[in-house]
Design a protein around this ligand. Sequence first.
Ligand code: BG6
Length: 511
Amino acid sequence: MMAEVPSPAVANPLADELTGARHAKPCALVIFGATGDLTKRKLVPSLMGLAKDGLLPPGFQVVGFARRAWTDDSFRQELADGVRQFGRTDTPSAFEALRESFAFHQSDFDQPQGYAALRERLEQIDRHHDTKGNRIFYLATPPSAYSGILQNLAACGLSKEGDGRFARVIVEKPFGRDLATAVALNDQVRAAFHERQVFRIDHYLGKETVQNILALRFANGIFEPLWNEKFIDHVQITVAESIGVGSRGGYFEESGIIRDMIQNHLLQVLTLVAMEPPAALTADAVRDEKVKVLKAIRSLTPAEVAQATVRGQYARNFFGGEEARGYRDEDGVPADSTTETYAAVRLQIANWRWSGTPFFLRSGKRLPRRATEVAIQFKQPPHLLFEGGRPLQPNVLLLRIQPDEGVSLRFGSKVPGPDVRVRDVRMDFRYGSAFGGEHADAYERLLLDAMIGDSTLFARRDEVEEAWRIVDAIVAGWRRNDQRPEPYPAGTWGPERADALLGAGRTWRKP
Ligand code: BG6
């Protein structure tokens, strides 16, 4: 019998290296816009997910900063409701245990006295909870408030680091509405914080299945040799939602799907699929490779935009047994709106690995179902022996990001029997059956990483700006071409013209 191996001591730094476990240092988190939806639905339920898993640092404290005249009590009550509604199993009890760690601070966002008082409050927290002067500021307000917050944080010295203390800022999307506004916002952020202190959220990067793109590619030997234009015919990245814009009509009307989804989530996923292997899994090594992909995507000319993009807008229809409103009937949307709720785009990455392999991106609201996936479609074998030489269904490696999380591979197999027939079959990995249990929400991972100071899963300044450059050219082309969205009935896969975008012999997947 083998001797029992003692479990490694937790304090041993090597143990961390072996288990991959990472620990956050004591700190206080200030949430600007703490009375808003994001705090209640996502941030605090995610913090309680971390608490439940024992991942919050000792002494952790939260200060909610907002304009409304709430008290500590009313704030805590609202958060308790949020955790009950939106948190994972057992998070309400985690909240009860930590209730006293949440405080409310009322102030306007551009009022210097409010920040002086915040500073005092944080110093008190340091004294009572040993948070050691470490602070994280979360901008969860409408973007119009960012500038006042950043200036005031800098003016009262709260953005400064020193003596082993950290000060970090987490910025929510939308990060600008075009390249010029993103550059201006980056400049404002930079005036208060160094880039290493800045954590720009793209919650898709916090999803396990999105992180798994790098693991699949670079922790395995079998995929990477095929991962290039020689073997891959094209890549489809789909983020489909069945919901409409709901109560966010006013916001959506100003952004459209191109700014709301493609500029950030889809282009981020594209960079992970297309990047070269980084030299190490460090924040800058990974992001250097991601940004190279974006730089290799040329800005489309208006003539190319007409050929390489399709815009759609959902129209009223009966689906799922109900009548779904058209986008133009949604609250906050003008009856003659020309904002797209669907877009499909063909992009070309001009480098050695991908030259000639198009990447097709599509995203839409009110599509038949919610599904995010990356489909890597391989080329046909060079010589077709089976089925009378007719091309068979191509091999597809499908990365299912959500909600049916997993990876599958489609390939041809001989149908049992005396005839030589080939049919496609699927090899399937499912997260649920392989790993079981409940996944942490994307925000849990991102909040923890911000506390640890790991910015690998956050967008760097140059990434955000390159993504806007690509999107700006598309938006400019639409304007120049007067390319308005084509209506598609709610509950369908978008305008039919999107099929033509793919080119002969290719079809969009229907998840
Ligand atoms: C947000 C968009 O960033 O992502 C929303 O603003 C969209 O319009 C949402 O619904 C989708 O996120 P998820 O995680 O549900 O795919």
